[in-house]
Design a protein around this ligand. Sequence first.
Ligand code: TYM
Length: 350
Amino acid sequence: MAFVERVFSGVQPTGNLHLGNYLGAIVNFVKLQETHNCIYCVVDMHAITMPTDVWGGPAELARNTREVTAAFIAAGIDPKKHIVFNQSQVSGHAELAWIFNCVARMGWLNRMTQFKEKAGKDRENASVGIFDYPVLMAADILLYRATHVPVGDDQKQHLELSRDIAQKFNNDFGDSIRNNGFNDGLYFPLPEPLITGPATRVMSLRDGTKKMSKSDASDNSRINLTDDADTIAQKIRKAKTDPEPLPTEEKGLEPRPEADNLVGIYAALAGVSKQAVLKDFGGGQFSSFKNALVDVCVAKLSPIAAEMKKLVADPGHVDAILVDGANRARAIADETMRRTKDIVGFIRQA
Ligand code: TYM
């Protein structure tokens, strides 16, 4: 069966939205609006998989949920034409995750590198939720039978797991899927990751071998979407580099993670290729390149920060957007849950 193309993606409301989230994910969310029906979700249920002190407790969670919503809108997502909502308002996410818990295998989840990183050494003390995180992610996507998922490079393994879950569900329930009118025995699509652009993995400004991350203890390691122009300039000027001038060819970036990262960031912000950046700055010193990088970064991010500020100052408006989005998401989700329950054999009110 040819599935209707639909885009789904999510961002966790865990604070410190940064340039990596913007270039690796949100920029692509904005672009895909032109070609697809899109659903963008603030995944508050994923946020609470970490200890409370990491996501900050109830007041902080609500504040961060509104802030991610504001970032979506400020970056150019249209919540009227597409759907923007927070995950916990649509109960189907949790319901479908339970069914998928019975499809996914322990061995699959044991292989997830992000679990290993996040749980750290003290596995006994990790929440069951953080282990189950990728199953909830599969439920998020497949609740809308989404076919395309724009994400950063770090989510690739989770997307592969979503495909495995979809495939195993289709296999395990193949006869029932056919009996329910899907003659090819396929109820869930195998969602495709869209990992595109020159900045699918933005690295820390302090260490070019580490991913830029919300949870890095050093605020200088990342550019936050809420940083003002002076802070952006300071962070870029302090960013780690090496003593050589910039190379003239892309190949010259390979053994130089910090140079590669800064050139990638410039390319993504300016909407050009890395080679084009090197054509302008190759052979020159980092100091003049960094000045140009500050300019392009401030030009792109300042209007977004200003709009975010306006939006979060009006929480009632943001909440109304989320409620409206959730109502429209629920209509799609309820249909999937009805079908899924019939396929599994759960009795329900007709
Ligand atoms: P989160 O909130 O950690 O990240 C949100 C998005 O930002 C991307 N990203 C990056 N991209 C490039 N460079 C970086 N340094 C960088 N850091 C983060 C992430 O890849 C992601 O696309 N598990 C998801 C949230 C989620 C989800 C889903 C995504 C929950 N359900 C369903 C897609 C579909 C996550 O990592 O969020």
